[in-house]
Design a protein around this ligand. Structure first.
Ligand SMILES: C=C(O[C@@H]1CC(C(=O)O)=C[C@@H](OP(=O)(O)O)[C@H]1O)C(=O)O
Length: 416
């Protein structure tokens, strides 16, 4: 299906080589200021042609809002977003080789088998061009979450091949116990991730970023490709989002992330590393967290503090407890507990490589494929913006669902 979400519902359209890609968003709250300027920065972080380590396809990826706003304010009606495909080279996909051979590990074969027909050039619907619509709609969800709840979502590259930002050690087999990692989750911003020292890879450590950049260049120069991981943190996520049993927040995050092209893995909190340690080490003990009311504390709220959540006039609910550690990654029982939600997404090496591969054509005849075209040797530097967008879409949908439950519960108060 091409629709994601229930309350905040995004339907994406477009193939790699059709006139445009985009989406319709249904359910965006009315009355929010919104212009292209709110959306473009994330599209620019995702766009192809941004460095020597990405696909050279040179798209500007300028977004146009087609509907759903007037005078820069959302109307609550469907928002249409469109980005033109401008730099296509369909002839790269013509001829005996590219047209005749399903690219190993690409979607060519399965699309052909499933639909009996497929887009004749590019990745068609399976192309990373489709992620433009996710990034554009995610920017809108994120704007609301930031304005109303102070939510912050930041992703960064945590590995390329075997080059890791936090390699496992005997003391910290998983980063969830590493104080440097945890401090990074507290403070990292998108501006830091895009610091010139960390570009073009977007790994927030100069030495690791250089190792990763060299690794990608090495595989690009061999006409090969390499995989990697992206870590993402969601700060100030409201407590209580996630809909057990099947729409637990981590299940929705996993689905959202694993719907991004080229993903092969997802872990949250201590993840797979946490599965190798006893409960006594993995459990997150609780401590009291009774909030001090501003009138009692004698100090004004910090200008950086997240805004008070909007509760439609009902009494705000205090978060009575917090955890000392956060191996759970901010989620228990599939419901957010107020701690940072953090997770890691694994991306495989891109399937399209220029190196000769022994394979068979669509008829089963043996041959050699040397793929043509302009392709990423590694997707993780551009995937950072896509992971952030999918996180925003998941959280927005879950916040809207919980807000509706909460306001109906509040309406019942004192009425028996
Ligand atoms: C253009 C983008 O990525 C493209 C993803 C892609 C594929 O097969 O997935 C193939 C290449 O493009 P083309 O279809 O022109 O050969 C990539 O450059 C993008 O992400 O914007």
């Amino acid at each position: 299906m091409s629709t994601f979400g229930r309350a905040f519902r995004v339907t994406t359209y477009g193939e790699s080589h059709c006139p445009s890609v985009g989406c319709i968003i249904d359910g965006c709250p009315p009355g929010m200021k919104l212009t292209e300027a709110d959306i473009q920065p994330q599209l620019t972080r995702r766009r192809p042609g941004q460095s020597a380590l990405t696909t050279p396809r040179d798209e500007k990826d300028r977004v146009q809002i087609q509907s759903g706003t007037e005078s820069g304010i959302t109307l609550g009606t469907p928002i249409g977003l469109m980005v033109k495909n401008e730099d296509q080279r369909p002839h790269d996909y013509k001829g005996d080789t590219m047209a005749g051979f399903p690219r190993p590990s690409h979607a060519d074969y399965t699309y052909q088998e499933k639909y009996g027909v497929r887009a004749s050039s590019g990745g068609g619907r399976s192309s990373a061009r489709e992620t433009i619509a996710r990034v554009a709609s995610g920017a809108i969800a994120e704007k609301y979450l930031s304005l109303v709840h102070g939510v912050e979502i930041v992703a960064f590259v945590s590995s390329v091949g075997n080059e890791e930002l936090f390699p496992p050690t005997s003391t910290h087999p998983t980063p969830s116990t590493n104080p440097i990692f945890l401090k990074l989750l507290d403070t990292i911003t998108r501006e830091e991730v895009d610091h010139p020292d960390y570009l073009p890879v977007r790994c927030p450590n100069k030495e690791a970023a250089t190792r990763m950049s060299d690794k990608i260049a090495e595989f690009r120069d061999k006409k090969d490709s390499i995989g990697g991981t992206v870590t993402c943190v969601i700060r100030n996520c409201p407590v209580g989002i996630g809909e057990p049993c099947f729409d637990k927040i981590e299940a929705c995050l996993a689905q959202g992330m694993l719907s991004i092209p080229a993903t092969k893995g997802f872990e949250i909190g201590s993840g797979f590393g946490g599965c190798a340690v006893p409960g006594s080490l993995n459990n997150d003990a609780f401590v009291s967290s009774v909030p001090v009311a501003p009138s009692q504390s004698g100090v004004d709220a910090s200008p950086d503090a997240p805004p008070e959540p909007i509760t439609n006039g009902a009494k705000p609910r205090s978060n009575r407890l917090k955890t000392k550690t956060n191996n759970s990654g901010g989620v228990q029982g599939g419901i957010s507990n107020g701690a940072h939600i953090y997770f890691r997404v694994g991306f495989k090496p891109p399937a399209t490589i220029g190196q000769a591969q022994n394979t068979v054509d669509f008829e089963g005849k043996e041959g050699v494929l040397e793929a043509k075209g302009r392709h990423d040797p590694c997707v993780v530097p551009r995937a950072v913006a896509i992971v952030e967008a999918m996180a925003a879409l998941v959280v927005m949908d879950a916040v809207m669902t919980q807000s509706s439950r909460q306001s109906m519960r509040d309406a019942l108060q004192d009425r028996g």
